[in-house]
Ligand binder design. Structure first.
Ligand SMILES: [Zn+2]
Length: 555
C-alpha cells in the first residue's frame, strides 16, 4: 500500500469512528502501515490534510461503501480475549434461573456478554428463567439479588425480563404451532414416551389434527393431571440424536410458584421459552456454554416454524470449579441445614461471598476476558484471580496484624529508639508502598509489644527484625547489637498500647483472632487492607465487644 492509499484508508476510518477525519491523528497510523512515510513527515502531513478534507466532504454512505474494501485488525487485547463478531449491533442477554444467587460460574457468561454489548454499542438484558416451580423452585430473594450482583460485576443491564410474567405469551405461541400442525399433545405415559423417543418410534398422538390437538391442549390448561400430557414440537423422530426427537415444549406442574402462585398449571420448558423470548426480545447474539450446543439445534425448529431469524450464537468451553461447592442444589441444602450462614457464606463461590472477602469485580472481569470464548474447557485458577486482585489493590493500606498475640517486653528499646530510631516514639511509614506524603501510618513505639505466637515459636532464641524498626534477640528479648538486616527474619509487631482487637474469618470459615496496629481502628467499613505477612482482608463490621471483623481474601 502506498502513502496516499494508506492515508485515505485511515482518514475514512477516522471519519467513521469520530465523525470527522483529523490529519494530525493519522500520522502514526500511516507510518505504522507504510514505514517509508517517516522520511518526509511534513510531506505526509500535507497529503493527510488534503485527503482528510476530501473524506470529510463525503456522505456517510459513501464512507461506508469505500471502507468496506478495507479490513482493520482489532487491537491486541481484543484479539486475544474475545473474537470479533460480524454483526452490526449486539443485543444480547444473560438468562440465569432465580433458584439461587449468582456464583463465579455465572460470572463468565455475564461478563463476556456485557463486554460484547459494550464493544458493539449494544444492550444486555437480564432474563430470569423461572418456569420450573418444582425442581428448580425460584427463590424470592434471588429476583433482587441477581440484578444487584450483576451490577456489582460492572454489567450494564438495560432490561429485566421475568419469564413467569410472560406465560400467556408462551401459550399464544404454543397455540400458533398447534394450529399450524407443528406441535401436538402427547398423552403417553412418561416411560412409553421416553422409550419411543429413544427407539425413534412416533406415537399415535402425533397423528392428531390441529383441531384435536387444540382440544387436548385446552384440557392440559384446565384439567389434565400432572404427568398425563405434554406438548411436543414435531421435529424428526428418526433424528440421530434421541433428545432432538419431538422434544417437549410444555408440561403440567401443579406446584404453586412463589411469584404467581397457582394461576398457571402449564409451564414452558427451557428451549421453547428461550426461543420465543430471544426472538421477541430482538436478541441478535447469544453467547453460551457449549453444554447448550444441542439446545441451539432444538430451538432452530421454533425459528424455522415461525420464519424467524435465529440469533448469531457462539459457544465456549465450561469453566470447572475445583474444591469449591458450586452446585446450587448443594448450596440450597447446606443453607437449609444451617451448614452455611447464607448465600454470602465465605466458604461458597457465590459472587456475594467473593465480594464480602474483598475480591474486586474488575479482577473477575480481567480473568473471564482472558479465558475468552475458546471451545476448550478450563478450570478456574484462583491464583490468577488473586493475582489480578492484588494488582488492583496496589494502594490498599498496609497494617501489622499479629495473630494470637504474645507479649514481648523489649529491653533497651526506649534507649535504642532515643539513640538510633525515630525522632519521637512514633514510627511513621507510608500507608502502602509508594503512597503520597499525606498518606502515612503512625505506629506507637514502646517496649511493651505484641508479636504473633507463631513467629515467637518459630524464631525462639534467634535474632529477628521487628519490621521497619529494630533487630532483637529473642533469647534475651533485648535489642540486638547486630542491626544488620540481611538474613534476619522480619516479623510484624504491634504496640500493646492502642492495639485494636481483630478477628479474621478465613475462606474455610475458621477464625484467626489477634491485635492490629492502632490505625486499623480508623478504617471505613468495606476497606480492603493488606495485613503484612498475612494477606488481604476486607473490613466488614464491628462485633458487639468492639472487635473489628475482617474476611480474608487471599495471600
Ligand atoms: Zn404420545
Amino acid at each position: 500500500m502506498d502513502i496516499e492509499a494508506s492515508s485515505r484508508k485511515w482518514a475514512l476510518k477516522n471519519r467513521k469512528d469520530h465523525g470527522t477525519a483529523q490529519a494530525g491523528a493519522l500520522i502514526g497510523k500511516v507510518i505504522g502501515e507504510v514505514p517509508d512515510a517517516k522520511k518526509d513527515v511534513a510531506g505526509l502531513k500535507a497529503v493527510l490534510e488534503k485527503i482528510a478534507a476530501e473524506v470529510n466532504a463525503l456522505s456517510a454512505e459513501a464512507v461506508d461503501a469505500e471502507l468496506s474494501a478495507f479490513t482493520f485488525e482489532a487491537p491486541k487485547s481484543e484479539r486475544e480475549g474475545l473474537p470479533p463478531l460480524n454483526i452490526e449491533r449486539v443485543i444480547t442477554r444473560v438468562a440465569p434461573n432465580p433458584s439461587g444467587f449468582l456464583h463465579i460460574g455465572h460470572a463468565k457468561n455475564l461478563i463476556l456478554c456485557d463486554e460484547y454489548a459494550k464493544r458493539y454499542k449494544g444492550q444486555l438484558s437480564l432474563r430470569l428463567e423461572d418456569t420450573d416451580p418444582k425442581t428448580k423452585k425460584p427463590l424470592p430473594d434471588a429476583y433482587t439479588a441477581i440484578p444487584e450482583d450483576a451490577k456489582w460485576l460492572g454489567c450494564i443491564i438495560s432490561r429485566i425480563v421475568v419469564q413467569s410474567e410472560r406465560i400467556s405469551i408462551y401459550y399464544e405461541h404454543a397455540e400458533k404451532l398447534i394450529q399450524a400442525g407443528h406441535a401436538y399433545v402427547c398423552s403417553c405415559i412418561p416411560e412409553k414416551l421416553q422409550k419411543n423417543r429413544s427407539d425413534g418410534v412416533a406415537c399415535g398422538c402425533r397423528d392428531q389434527t390441529p383441531v384435536q390437538a387444540l382440544r387436548e391442549w385446552k384440557s392440559m390448561l384446565l384439567t389434565t393431571k400432572e404427568g398425563k400430557a405434554v406438548l411436543r414440537i414435531k421435529t424428526d423422530m428418526s433424528h440421530p440424536n434421541a433428545s432432538m426427537r419431538d422434544w417437549p415444549a410444555m408440561r403440567i406442574v401443579e406446584e404453586a410458584h412463589p411469584r404467581v402462585g397457582t394461576i398457571y398449571r402449564v409451564w414452558p420448558l427451557y428451549n421453547f421459552a428461550a426461543a420465543v423470548d430471544d426472538h421477541l426480545m430482538g436478541i441478535t447474539f447469544v453467547l453460551r456454554g457449549k453444554e447448550h450446543e444441542l439446545n441451539a439445534d432444538k430451538q432452530q425448529y421454533i425459528y424455522d416454524y415461525f420464519g424467524w431469524k435465529a440469533p448469531l450464537t457462539l459457544e465456549y468451553g465450561l469453566l470447572h470449579i475445583e474444591g469449591a461447592m458450586a452446585h446450587k442444589s448443594d448450596i440450597i441444602r447446606g443453607i437449609k441445614e444451617g451448614l452455611y450462614s447464607g448465600w454470602d457464606d465465605v466458604r461458597l463461590p457465590t459472587l456475594r461471598a467473593l465480594r464480602k472477602r474483598g475480591l474486586q469485580p474488575e479482577a473477575l472481569r480481567r480473568y473471564m476476558i482472558s479465558l475468552g470464548v475458546k471451545p476448550t474447557d478450563s478450570t478456574l485458577d484462583w491464583d490468577i484471580l488473586y493475582r489480578n486482585n492484588r494488582e488492583l489493590l496496589a494502594s490498599a493500606p498496609h497494617f501489622y496484624f499479629v495473630e494470637e498475640p504474645v507479649a514481648l517486653d523489649v529491653k533497651g528499646l526506649d534507649a535504642h529508639v532515643a539513640a538510633h530510631g525515630p525522632q519521637s516514639k512514633t514510627l511513621v511509614l507510608p500507608l502502602y508502598p509508594g503512597a503520597p506524603d499525606d498518606q502515612k501510618r503512625h505506629l506507637l513505639v514502646s517496649s511493651a509489644l505484641l508479636i504473633a505466637k507463631k513467629d515467637a515459636e518459630e524464631n525462639a532464641g534467634k535474632v529477628v527484625r521487628l519490621k521497619d524498626l529494630v533487630n532483637i534477640d529473642l533469647s534475651s528479648n533485648a535489642v540486638s547489637p547486630n542491626q544488620d538486616h540481611k538474613g534476619v527474619q522480619k516479623i510484624q509487631w504491634v504496640s500493646a498500647t492502642g492495639a485494636v482487637a481483630v478477628k479474621v474469618v478465613r475462606e474455610d470459615g475458621s477464625e484467626h483472632v489477634g491485635r492490629a496496629e492502632a490505625g486499623v481502628g480508623e478504617l471505613k467499613i468495606g476497606t480492603v487492607v493488606q495485613f503484612e505477612r498475612y494477606g488481604y482482608a476486607r473490613y466488614d463490621h464491628d462485633e458487639k465487644d468492639g472487635t473489628k471483623l475482617f474476611y480474608y481474601a487471599h495471600p
